[in-house]
Design a protein around this ligand. Structure first.
Ligand code: AMP
Ligand code: ZN
Length: 503
């Protein structure tokens, strides 16, 4: 088998950048924690999906035989609560939002994972894993029909978050469940309340706790040892720490995952975008307004471990980047299609230089990806090459030569394959893409040119209103609604949180 290109990854487990070595040469098993389906996802969640898509694409590109599993958390308190609010079943809610998420993911150009899994389809595997954990002496049953994981019995609990049990304990709320041996012990199985989804188990009718689903699904589809596990940095503790404890207790194999990759948050005014804060921009709203290409560029042009603070500047920067790529693509297409290219000595040397630059750029782009997915570096190399291309093409005589055609073809290949195949942008018809960018810019300037507030202002006001409502300050929340209304923005409170639109 041919050697696969060396890739370096920042492994949360060691806190260091390491060279990727999979358990089985040439094969890569990857698991990514997907969304809890109780409402529409926001653009922070979308970042998670896209980062996993980036990893998947690049691992495949360098030649790994990749098995990629992504789950939907479809059994959860929040889903049950939403079902009660909407007077329907938890199953219906989960189904409905899985369809919505799938649509958002498709519009964002994500590749289909090898397996998409749900809790409902893995109850047998979950029960089997809990039984193994009990057998290994690391879990105990209490008389209410609840199974708890005993963290004192786990080996090296805290190794992912780099904290010891005492430190972790100091940071948690005092537990109400007096039957826990340690306040940090967590639920593997819990008895269901009347009306809640429930399954038969050796401990009575109930449902799984949150963390066990990912351990059980990973082991079913990927085996006891996986290569790469991904999620947002909020999941390091307790979710991923608990996954490690469960999986290693059940399989007696360590490590459960050889590499742990965590992406940073998308924030708004430096606060995490999240439904509970009410400062969300739904993926659907974003995609409707800007399209998948803008979403991909905005969320993947920044290193996955760097925070993205969403706002006007982020959008402007994204539009500028895409504009540069598509302008170059339009020019390259025009040059590459010239039928009557004539050789010209001066042009030969100009384009000869470009050929050398494009070869170097290809290597730089690949080196950047292989260095912990440095997409910003890869795009930087593309932009340097585009500048060289524009310089070479600036001379009209030099444009109509065979070497210009070769140069243009090379640039098109880099945009389409090296950037398009991994970051997934630049593959559209340039005329159409440039039109879209102009339209978005026109809409934005008409929004900012008048008294209408910008998206960032609107989201900040909506978040402030949610805070006011939580504090029962209804005077302030009304005032914010009126202010937005007067400035041309209507807001609507619904199942997905507060949504808004320009009037
Ligand atoms: P949840 O639906 O909350 O379980 O989240 C699904 C995925 O989205 C997880 O991998 C989270 O880490 C990730 N996520 C949630 N909020 C954000 C955010 N603001 N920025 C980036 N990722 C997020
Ligand atoms: Zn998970």
């Amino acid at each position: 088998m041919r050697a696969i290109r060396e890739i370096k990854l920042t492994n949360t487990l060691s806190g260091k950048k390491e060279v990727l070595e999979t358990l089985e040469p040439g094969k890569l098993k990857m698991y990514s924690c997907g969304p809890t389906v109780y409402g529409l996802i926001h653009i922070g969640n979308l970042r998670g999906g896209l980062v996993a898509d980036l990893f998947f694409r690049y691992f495949k590109r360098v030649g790994y035989d990749v098995t990629y599993v992504r789950n939907y958390t479809d059994v959860d308190d929040k889903i049950i609560k939403r079902a009660a609010e909407e007077k329907t079943t938890a199953d219906e809610i989960a189904r409905k939002y899985i369809v919505e998420v799938e649509r958002d993911y498709a519009v964002s150009g994500m590749l289909e994972p090898t397996h998409k899994t749900t809790v409902r389809d893995h109850i047998a595997e979950i029960i089997e894993m809990i039984e193994k954990i009990i057998e290994s002496g690391r879990a105990y049953v209490i008389d209410t029909g609840e199974v708890l994981f005993s963290i004192e019995k786990a080996d090296h609990y805290g190794k992912l978050s780099h904290k010891n049990i005492e430190e972790l304990q100091a940071g948690i709320r005092v537990e109400v469940n007096a039957k826990k041996r340690n306040p940090m012990d967590f639920t593997l199985w819990k008895p269901a309340k009347p009306g809640e989804p429930a399954w038969d188990s050796p401990w009575g009718k109930g449902r799984p706790g949150w963390h066990i689903e990912c351990s059980a699904m990973a082991s079913k589809w990927l085996g006891d040892t996986i290569d790469v596990h991904h999620g947002g940095e909020d999941l390091i503790f307790p979710h991923h720490e608990n996954e490690i404890a469960q999986s290693e207790a059940a399989s007696h194999k360590t490590p459960f995952s050889r590499y742990w990759l965590h992406h940073a948050f998308l924030t708004l005014s430096k606060e995490k975008m999240s439904k509970s804060l009410g400062n969300i921009f739904t993926a659907q709203e974003f995609l409707k307004r800007y399209g998948g290409e803008v979403a991909r560029y905005m969320l993947l042009s920044v290193h996955y471990r760097s925070l993205i603070d969403f706002g006007n500047e982020t959008i402007e920067h994204t539009l500028q980047g895409l504009h540069r790529i598509y302008e170059a693509k339009a020019l390259a297409l025009e040059i590459s299609k010239q039928a009557r290219a004539r050789a010209d000595l001066r042009a030969e040397s100009v384009w000869g230089e470009f050929a050398a630059s494009s070869e170097a750029a290809r290597k730089e782009i690949d080196d950047a990806y292989a260095n912990d997915f440095n997409t910003a570096g890869a795009l930087g190399s593309l932009f340097t090459l585009i500048r060289a291309f524009n310089r070479a093409a600036a001379e009209p005589l030099a444009r109509a030569t065979p070497s210009a055609v070769l140069g243009a073809t090379e640039l098109l290949k880099i945009i389409d394959d090296d950037i398009g195949g991994v970051i997934g942008v630049g593959r559209l018809d340039p005329r159409k893409a440039l039109e879209d960018i102009s339209r978005i810019r026109a809409e934005r300037s008409s929004a900012t040119g008048t008294a209408r507030p910008t998206e960032t202002e609107i989201l900040a006001l909506i978040a402030e209103r949610a805070e006011a409502r939580k504090a029962k300050n209804f005077a302030r929340s009304d005032e914010i609604r009126k202010e937005l209304d007067a400035r041309g923005v209507t807001i609507k409170d619904g199942a997905a949180g507060t949504t808004w639109d320009y009037k």
